[in-house]
Ligand binder design. Sequence first.
Ligand code: CMP
Length: 143
Amino acid sequence: MERTLVLLKPDAVQRGLVGTIIARFESKGLKIVGLKARTFERSLLEKHYEVHKERPFYGNLVDFMSSGPVCAMALEGKDAIAVVRTLVGKTNAREAAPGTIRGDYGMSFSNNLVHASDAEDTAKFELGLWFSDAGELSDWTPA
Ligand code: CMP
């Protein structure tokens, strides 16, 4: 089983799409093993997007992500990283295919509703950043 980090960005929260987007992941069969929502510290977002530090959009991205509540989720399932990326769609929401989350609900490159880990090493890094293994992630199996 694989775990991946998903962030529902401030635009998803502000547009009232949290339930709709979570339902996509749950309906697909992914398991929620961690979930929390609030406005997170700028320092956390700076670390999360460190890989983009030199890119021109970095400052705006960190501003946006720390501007309001984000819903952070740890999802588990077989090949969860790739499955979630397929459900989410292309980064530029205008180019994302219909049927994907960004394709169905987004029109923006930067405010693209969802972040999802893109590889095994980034998923490990990002899950460690957003959730403490000790109390914030649950191992569970259906009864
Ligand atoms: P995300 O999947 O969170 O990963 C990095 C984010 O940077 C991406 O989604 C977009 O929100 C943003 N991003 C990537 N490329 C661009 C770009 N060319 N212009 C603006 N924002 C971008």
